[in-house]
Design a protein. Structure first.
Length: 211
């Protein structure tokens, strides 16, 4: 059993150079890439997610931890069999049509990746049709919609409608979030989940996928 405590700490503190060195050293010792991912990189990011949720760290710390984790993942990816890298499930994520804000979306993306979820990032200004098309194309179990404006949030309702029209509503977990969104709004449009922050969103996503 390899000791990953140092690697976990380096991910948490965002030390890119050290993360790369420790990942390469573990590989040289014959440790399986998937083990390094599951027991070193992901726990480090998960710890940061918990700290972020508890207001012990803030957005900059999350960003540098994610950068460090991704540096390690980049080394491991080519060495892993397809399907190994993100077997937790797949989510498509984007900011809804008419809205160009992406800070919240990017945070949620990082937290989801930190849980081992494969994330397809559709960017900003994403139509309801595009969310659903990409969910179908990528065989995604989750659709994550973000909005920062009261004028664009209604596009989330369209995502639910289009998912229903295309016959995938029963098979996808639709998550909504952003400054103007509330639990009441989530319930009103028939979405499945609303959370107040990125770390809680990733927790809810992984709970759903475990079911």
């Amino acid at each position: 059993m390899a000791d990953f405590s140092e690697l976990i700490k380096m991910v948490e503190t965002g030390k890119v150079k050290m993360v790369k060195e420790l990942v390469n050293a573990a590989l040289a010792d014959g440790v399986e890439p998937k083990v390094i991912l599951d027991e070193g990189l992901l726990p480090g990011m998960s710890n940061i997610g918990e700290k972020f949720k508890n207001n012990e760290v803030y957005v900059p710390e999350v960003l540098i931890a994610a950068r460090a984790m991704n540096a390690g993942v980049t080394i491991l990816k080519p060495l892993m069999a397809s399907g190994e890298i993100a077997d937790a499930g797949t989510a498509v994520i984007g900011t809804v049509k008419g809205d160009l804000h992406d800070i919240g979306k990017n945070l949620v993306k990082m937290m989801l990746e930190g849980k081992g979820i494969n994330v397809v990032d559709l960017g900003v200004d994403v139509s309801a049709e595009k969310f659903v098309e990409e969910a179908i194309a990528n065989n995604a179990q989750i659709i994550c919609c973000s909005a920062l404006l009261t004028t664009t949030m209604n596009e989330m309702e369209n995502v639910v409608k289009v998912a229903t029209e295309k016959g995938i509503r029963e098979n996808v977990f639709i998550m909504v979030g952003g400054a103007p969104i509330t639990q009441e709004y989530c319930d009103k449009i028939g979405a499945d989940c609303y959370t107040t922050d990125a770390a809680s969103a990733s927790d809810a996503a992984i709970e759903y996928l475990k079911k």
